[in-house]
Design a binder for this molecule. Structure first.
Ligand code: ADP
Length: 213
């Protein structure tokens, strides 16, 4: 079973594609953002520390993220394979990951910046099941309510305009250089992340079926 990393800017749709992709492949979806938000919601000491960085749109310190990620990677369901979303986000995390587990493919989601900002500000999520919506392109059936469980949908605190700007800057400065890193290792495959969820899903499957460059 494959070990796949999803790489790309905030708002590009990694979280939306990761769940269905993981289900098709029969592996768990691991999202460091979701793991951190669960720690924040649980009020753990790690969660309280991470919350300050996340609200501001900054990266949570490497050692905190590594702690929750290794715990999750050690669970039996993640041993044979996974779809990892949100990690690595800087060079040091990429080097750490390479030491932790062998990654088969790094899928890079590409989208122009104006489209990212639009997606982030129109994004809503379900606090109960984590499902994501977009008010323009992927609205819930009943306005303001999750299709799965009827919970009232929320806007993430870090989807506020100021935090969005910081997240995009952080991405350009720290995460984007990883493209070169993964290109040089031969693990990188890029996909066009524009269009509907279904279109991106198709491109994703195609990219996975391509042989390594
Ligand atoms: P997005 O990719 O849209 O920014 P995520 O849910 O992946 O959303 O991440 C939300 C926030 O969680 C990030 O802005 C950051 O503060 C924190 N975070 C998630 N993953 C990491 C990571 N690997 N390293 C540092 N911080 C992280």
């Amino acid at each position: 079973m494959p070990r796949i990393v999803l790489l790309g800017p905030p708002g590009v749709g990694k979280g939306t594609q990761a769940g269905p992709l993981a289900k098709t492949l029969g592996v768990p979806h691991l999202s460091t953002g979701e793991l951190l938000r669960a720690a924040v919601a649980g009020g753990t000491p790690l969660g309280r520390e991470a919350d300050v960085y996340m609200r501001a749109g900054r990266l949570v310190p490497d050692e905190l993220v590594l702690h929750i990620l290794t715990e999750r990677l050690e669970e039996p369901d993640a041993r044979p394979g996974f779809v990892l979303d949100g990690y690595p986000r800087n060079r040091s995390q990429a080097e750490t990951l390479a030491r932790l587990v062998p990654v088969d493919i790094v899928l890079f989601f590409e989208l122009p910046e104006h489209a990212l900002i639009e997606r982030l500000t129109l994004r809503r999520s379900c606090p109960t099941c984590g499902r994501l919506y977009n008010l323009a392109t992927l609205p819930p059936k009943v306005p303001g309510r999750c299709d799965e469980d009827g919970s009232p949908l929320l806007q993430r605190s870090d989807d506020a305009p100021e935090a969005v700007r910081t997240r995009l800057r952080t991405y350009r400065e720290q995460t984007e250089p990883l493209l070169e890193f993964y290109r040089s290792t031969g693990q990188l495959r890029s996909i066009d992340a524009s269009g509907t969820t279904t279109e991106v899903g198709h491109r994703l499957r195609e990219a996975l079926d391509r042989p390594n460059p």
